[in-house]
Design a protein around this ligand. Sequence first.
Ligand SMILES: *Cc1c(COP(=O)(O)O)cnc(C)c1O
Length: 303
Amino acid sequence: MEIQETAIPLQQINDEITTKHGVRLFVLRLDLNHPYISGNKLFKLKYNLEEAKQQGKDTLLTFGGAFSNHIAATAAAGKEYEFKTIGIIRGEEHKELNPTLKFAVDCGMQLIYVSREDYKNKYVPPFLNLQTNKFSNYYLIPEGGSNELGIEGCKEITKNINIDFDVVCCPCGTGATLTGIILSLTNQQIAIGFQVLKGENYIKNEVNSWLEKFNIPKKSNFYIEESFHFGGYAKVTPQLKQFIKGFEKENNIPLDYVYTGKMMFGIYDMMERGGFEKGKTIVAIHTGGLQGNAGFNINETTE
Ligand SMILES: *Cc1c(COP(=O)(O)O)cnc(C)c1O
């Protein structure tokens, strides 16, 4: 099975701030890698889809919130590669589907809504069986596409960077994408993960437990920036909004509010504080997520 990807552009950003601090900044536009299975989610799905086919499964069953990029990507992948898809969705059903869920249903995904309480136990057999005993022959993909095969796919992200670079930056929700990236770097390169949710050491611990699962000794070629979550997952402040609008206008690169906007804000904040050594080449991974902007209530900001 071959996944069709289009070429992934590497776009340089040359502005007052990069010039002042003597760094080169590039954005790897994974958001442009595929019209519907966009961004890092394509890399996470790739080997999972192959495995599902190999196991002779005809159905993909997965999990996510109502705005989940992973739900949208899995639904699109199912349509394209001829799997039935089932999405177990956190929270109650709304009469009118938001753009993400409407897209998923239009791709043929069957949605099952579960309470937030039940969702917490989504992988636990009693609950899982109750949801899934109606289905047979399904391949289970965890939330976010974050499993070993997902990480395997994410090791290929940096292959698309066709220049020498020193630092690679990536927004983190579960840390699976960052783990794949870390595993693909040379000893001279480092990765910075921008944690988009609250929680001290949250992503750091997740990455370390992934590495343990792969039997890889602790790595010191990465660190996590934890101060750019803007109040928590999917929380937005007027300051973040203003930054995203300015960046989009300046560079003609759209950003999302949950992941890439927060990472890019963080990169600029670090540049301005002299956080990157002069002469360094930084590559920011645009992990996609733009489908989520359609349903994002940008007026709901927090301070
Ligand atoms: C899912 C997602 C992430 C987070 O990836 P993890 O592997 O869970 O850390 C980052 N950016 C975008 C746009 C995403 O959709």
